[in-house]
Design a protein around this ligand. Structure first.
Ligand code: NAD
Length: 370
């Protein structure tokens, strides 16, 4: 039985539109070939919205995002808008979306595709078969805590300060998500903080432990200090399934995890909000990379990060795990067939354009679904 999903697509700037063009072909393919149909609208965000409307995100587009079942975004920014004041920059559009949709959890998978095992700086046996998910708390912690500032002390020195703060509910809502997602994967959660030196870490560990006992005793829970976690991620990343951590540690650990598997052009992400009264959750899906102005318009961009972001959209917002798996398999097969965009090019492989990569992914989907 077909169900209509309301999807807002915001291609943005730079390579955003060209990678989204290829993903759009896959979305149209899904619409025709699978048991899901999409009501798609497109809008402007970032520099292109500034050019058209004088603001990086209009109220209308913001309202569309709030009404959508999910938002799929390309990337924003570029040198053309670099000299604008901070409040008017393209990135403000993205920040407004994240803030008003109250997206408190950032999900970054680190998956190693077999064909790219040699592209990592780590040994193949360490990362082959890797599939972990880092969940970073996104709206609390030291990046937002008060008081903050730079003050001048009586002796003339300057003092910079920020405050790490977390409340029970902030910790619990992101931990609930981690436990729920772990149940759909390897059923393991590793909660990461610095309870040895930070009170906010003691509270974090306490609340996650309590929640686990109350509602998720079936999920295996472990705790780890953030410094150890950064070592373990490069020593033996396959020991993890889901890692849940705060904003600051998550910022760093998710970048480390991302680089385990190679190029920016391969990395998807999701940002999720709370479940509302209708049972649905606000969600924004986007590649980790930016607008790559150095290669924009030259058919060099890798569309896979954005395509995998759409696969996350299918998995987490639309509960279509099979369709998400199908996309992942198509990516795996196309890479195994030796096709590479420039960013993941390896000796002996065939270098292809953005468009040819998109075309090949479509052909592979046809084969897999035949
Ligand atoms: P970037 O991610 O755009 O590019 C970094 C490098 O990776 C570049 O050499 C680029 O060519 C390459 N690259 C990135 N994505 C690629 C892809 N899909 N295929 C092939 N190569 C790819 O980061 P940057 O250069 O620091 O920033 C460029 C612009 O993007 C800036 O205006 C920045 O503010 C903006 N930005 C936006 C976002 C976002 O929209 N979420 C994130 C980061 C940066």
């Amino acid at each position: 039985m077909a169900s209509n999903k309301n999807l807002l697509i915001l291609p943005g700037d730079g390579i955003g539109p060209e990678v989204m063009r290829e993903v759009r072909r896959v979305i149209d393919w899904m619409d025709r070939r699978r048991a899901v149909t999409f009501d798609i609208s497109e809008g402007l965000v970032g520099g292109c919205a500034i050019d058209a409307h004088g603001t990086p995100l209009t109220d209308e587009t913001m309202a569309d995002a709030m009404a959508a079942d999910a938002v799929l975004l390309g990337a924003v920014g570029g040198p053309k808008w670099d000299d604008l004041p901070f409040e008017q920059k393209p990135e403000r559009g993205l920040l407004r979306l994240r803030k008003e949709m109250d997206l408190f959890a950032n999900l970054r998978p680190a998956i190693c595709f077999d064909a790219l095992v040699d592209a990592s700086t780590l040994k193949p046996e360490i990362i082959s078969g890797l599939d972990i998910l880092i969940i970073r708390e996104l709206t609390g912690g030291v990046y937002f805590g008060e008081p903050r500032g730079i003050e001048t002390l009586p002796d003339g020195q300057r003092r910079g300060f920020n405050t790490q703060t977390y409340t029970t509910s902030e910790i619990r809502r992101v931990a609930v998500l981690a436990f729920e997602l772990a149940r759909k994967r390897g059923n393991k959660v590793c909660s990461v903080e610095k309870a040895n030196v930070m009170e906010s870490g003691v509270l974090w560990r306490d609340e996650v432990t309590k929640l686990h006992g109350e509602s998720f005793p079936d999920v295996a829970l472990s705790h780890m200090y953030a410094d150890n976690c950064s070592m373990q991620l490069v020593r033996d990343p396959k020991q993890f399934d889901v890692i849940v951590t705060d904003n600051l540690f998550g910022d760093m650990l998710s970048d480390t995890a991302a680089m385990l598997t190679g190029s920016l052009g391969m990395l998807p992400s999701a940002s999720l909000g709370a479940v509302d009264a209708t049972g649905s959750r606000k969600a924004l899906y986007e590649p980790v990379h930016g607008s790559a102005p150095d290669i924009a318009g030259r058919e060099l961009a890798n569309p896979i990060a954005t395509l995998l972001s759409f696969a996350m959209n299918l998995r987490y917002s639309f509960d279509l795990a099979e369709d998400a798996d199908l996309i992942q398999q198509a990516v795996e097969n196309v890479l195994a067939g030796g096709l590479r965009t420039a960013d993941i090019m390896q000796p002996g492989k065939a270098k292809v354009s953005t468009g040819v990569m998109g075309e090949s992914l479509l052909r592979e989907l046809d084969k897999l679904a035949a």
